[in-house]
Design a protein around this ligand. Structure first.
Ligand code: KG4
Length: 352
């Protein structure tokens, strides 16, 4: 099965080629430099750039994998969630190409891509023995705990009630004048800093107060408090920003709070749900401190941890083709979506 993956849900234009589930090429063009002056993604700029770059990126993906368009068996494209105008570019290109080549097109939920990225690489994906699996999905727009009894069975057991973890890092970095995106620059500038210098809140620590969500409070996340605490700290101690050591300690403490808030919830989830493995996926899963914390947790509780290789953590098309392949290999035929859906919900394979 030679599968072309296409991903344009936000600010990465990506195409990848998978042969029988093995990643043969994974080309990613990041628009970060175009959005950086605005401190976040500008949808209009994103979609225009996808239009310009996607044809060349697809050709590069095929070229690197030594494959011609007429050798493709199928195409997989992200059709949600994401920015409507960005999703439409990838979807339209994929649809046109599938009609031109007369091959099937299948739609993939962006989060499914992230989830199954932990099984992808130079060898065909092996899912046996990994389920039930707990997944911490952490990206710029999402922070969720997903319990998966089996492949294609999703139960969201906790999620953020405000900002996503990546958003907290991005906004924190902007506040400190470090630039965009925040995750990588925070990780870099925190290097060598004291993560215990400033005690930041870990979100939802206080037991009191009204709770209006359907999820267990202990498995939910909140990152608006840590962001506000950072703002107040900077307002009350403006000198911190002019002292390199104090600034590094502050950034390390902020990163520690975000990573700790995530790891603590994963630990609670693993206590409540019997799992054969747990995984962390999405852009924030690249974070070194978070990876170390989850690694220690894996040793402590004896549950194997699955992480994607760095090039599969942030948005990419190999994960989109990978999710499509895994679902197809499990016996679910390709289904062409009618349209993109910016608010697409994760659905169990049995219901789709
Ligand atoms: O999954 P992703 O590429 O895009 C979304 O679908 O949102 O995630 C992007 C997020 C951004 O918030 C970025 O700051 C964060 O991933 N990120 C990191 C690191 N690299 C990227 N966060 C922490 N540490 C990193 N090294």
């Amino acid at each position: 099965m030679i599968l072309l993956g296409i991903e344009t849900s936000c600010d990465e234009t990506a195409a990848a080629l998978l042969v029988d589930g093995t990643v043969r090429s994974n080309i990613i063009y990041s628009q970060i430099a175009k959005h950086a002056p605005y401190g976040g993604v500008v949808p209009e700029i994103a979609s225009r750039d996808h239009v310009k770059k996607l044809p060349g990126i697809m050709e590069e993906a095929l070229h690197e994998a030594n494959c011609a368009f007429d050798q493709l068996d199928a195409i997989a494209v992200t059709y949600g969630p994401g920015l409507a105008s960005s999703l439409l570019i990838g979807y339209s290109a994929a649809r046109a190409l599938s009609q031109r080549l007369n091959i099937p097109l299948t739609g993939v939920h962006h989060h499914e891509g992230h989830i199954y990225s932990v099984f992808l690489g130079e060898n065909p994906p092996v899912l046996d023995g990994a389920f039930p699996m707990m997944v911490l999905l952490v990206s710029g727009g999402d922070t969720k705990l997903v319990y998966m009894k089996a492949p294609g069975r999703y139960e969201i057991i906790g999620q953020t009630i405000d900002d996503a973890a990546g958003e907290a890092l991005d906004k924190g970095a902007l506040l400190l004048g470090l630039g965009y995106p925040g995750g990588p620059v925070i990780q870099r500038t925190a290097e060598g800093g004291n993560p215990r210098a400033v005690r930041f809140p870990r979100g939802l620590d206080n037991v009191g107060g009204e709770w209006k969500y359907d999820f267990d409070r202990k498995l939910c996340f909140s990152f608006s408090g840590v962001k506000t605490a950072l703002l107040y700290h900077v307002q009350n101690h403006p000198e911190t920003l002019h002292d390199e050591t104090a600034k590094r300690d502050l950034i390390a403490s902020y990163q520690e709070a975000v990573a700790d808030a995530l790891a603590v919830r994963v630990e609670r989830a693993l206590e409540q749900y019997a799992c054969a493995s747990f995984a962390c996926a999405g852009g924030v899963s690249l974070n070194k401190v978070l990876r170390e914390k989850l690694g220690r947790l894996s040793e402590k509780c004896g549950v194997p941890l699955k992480l994607s290789s760095p090039k599969l953590c942030t948005d990419n098309a190999a994960m989109i083709a990978g999710a499509a392949y895994i679902k197809w290999a499990a016996g679910h035929p390709f289904v062409t979506p009618e349209d993109v859906n910016p608010n697409l919900k994760l659905a169990n394979w049995d219901n789709t």
